[in-house]
Design a protein around this ligand. Structure first.
Ligand SMILES: [Zn+2]
Length: 363
């Protein structure tokens, strides 16, 4: 992140605040948006050779079409299929870029976008995000989740230069991914509560503007959760807009604070603990129910909204046994300990963790 905030240390100096924020330059969302990928590259004045990063599935869904459109417009394109979001794949692509690529396009769900975003950042070239699923807020954010030595790490990068999100492609994809994206947005409701708590207890820098944008995004989805349905392009439209808005809140804050609090610690704790974790947004959604209970907020409202969009609301929905969920909760405060949340410092008491999980019906 490049955002920086100076605090007023000496009132005699007058106004001393300073901030810089980085945002995507073009966001193209809607029906048949993929067909405008050529115009988008032209508008951005991209020149030279482009490399499309995709996986086996997204190669067919959108990768081939992206290449076709751009080559028809005279661009020199190549394609690289990847299998995971590992540091090894990032290193491979950075080496490929040195051989003569000038910009990257990440075409896919989380994995190709994370890898393309991170590789572009290390190689110092522009990156365009072309999401084929709306499963988490990484589609427009400045963070990439990369596996390093078996651990998922969140890397600070630049946000994409442009986002081209075709709602038709997203609506035709597996509904589970869209429901997971909804849950990742709903998670903003507890992330902003944690942020405010950290401001009150730790005097942490806090942006009302970013917090309110994030909260508004979460509650506009919570209050309209009945309208999110499988196969409806309109639902994909609503979710993509909310994910972009969440990323903008993070860009304004200069950190992931508006969209990542205790519920994300719970999700990352599960990633470390279990062999086959559920989707990121799904885990964050269940975490949001528990954290909202700990904050004394309307956890039932969160649960109802998650049920309405078809996202998991309990251990069974995440394919976990009770003990795994409790253990993840106990260890959650150990994830990013510098990020203060309702979970406080040190491990959570096991009985308290079990009680919170039982009270909310998560186990
Ligand atoms: Zn998230």
């Amino acid at each position: 992140m490049t955002a920086d905030t100076r605090h007023d240390e000496d009132s005699n100096r007058g106004f001393t605040k300073f901030k810089s924020m980085e945002l995507p330059r073009l966001i193209v969302v809607g029906n048949d948006a993929l067909e405008s990928i050529g115009d988008t590259c032209k508008e951005l004045k991209l020149k030279g050779n482009g490399l499309v990063i995709c996986d086996k599935t997204t190669h067919k869904i959108a990768g081939n079409r992206v290449i076709e459109i751009l080559e028809d417009m005279g661009y020199h394109m190549d394609l690289k299929e990847i299998s995971d979001a590992s540091q090894r794949e990032v290193d491979n692509i950075v080496s490929m870029v040195k051989e003569g690529f000038d910009y990257l396009l990440g075409v896919g769900g989380g994995v190709p976008i994370d890898v393309a975003k991170c590789s572009a950042y290390y190689a110092g070239i522009p990156f365009i995000s072309v999401p084929t699923a709306a499963s988490h807020d990484g589609i427009a954010s400045a963070r990439a989740s990369i596996n390093k030595n078996g651990n998922k790490e969140s890397i600070g990068t630049h946000p994409p230069l442009a986002v081209v999100a075709d709602t038709g492609i997203i609506a035709r994809g597996p509904y589970r991914l869209l429901a997971s994206g909804c849950a990742d947005i709903i998670a903003n409701s507890t992330a902003v509560k944690d942020w405010l708590l950290a401001k009150k207890l730790r005097n942490e820098p806090y942006s009302h503007y970013a917090a309110n944008l994030s909260k508004m995004t979460a509650y506009s989805l919570i209050n309209n959760s009945d309208s999110i349905k499988p196969g409806l392009e309109e639902s994909a439209w609503v979710v993509v807009k909310a994910l972009v808005s969440s990323s903008v809140a993070m860009s304004i804050a200069g950190s992931s604070r508006p969209a990542s609090g205790s519920e994300h610690k719970f999700s990352h704790s599960l990633d470390k603990l279990v062999e086959k974790p559920a989707l990121h947004g799904e885990q964050c959604g269940v975490g949001t129910i528990i954290m909202m209970y700990l904050h004394g907020g309307d956890w039932m409202g969160i649960k109802t909204a998650l049920q309405a969009v078809g996202a998991p609301t309990n251990a069974r929905g995440l394919d976990l046994c009770e003990d795994e969920l409790i253990e993840a909760l106990v260890r959650a405060p150990e994830i990013r300990p510098e990020r203060y949340t309702i979970l406080g410092n040190g491990r959570m008491d096991r009985n308290a963790a079990e009680l919170a999980a039982r009270k909310t019906g998560v186990i």
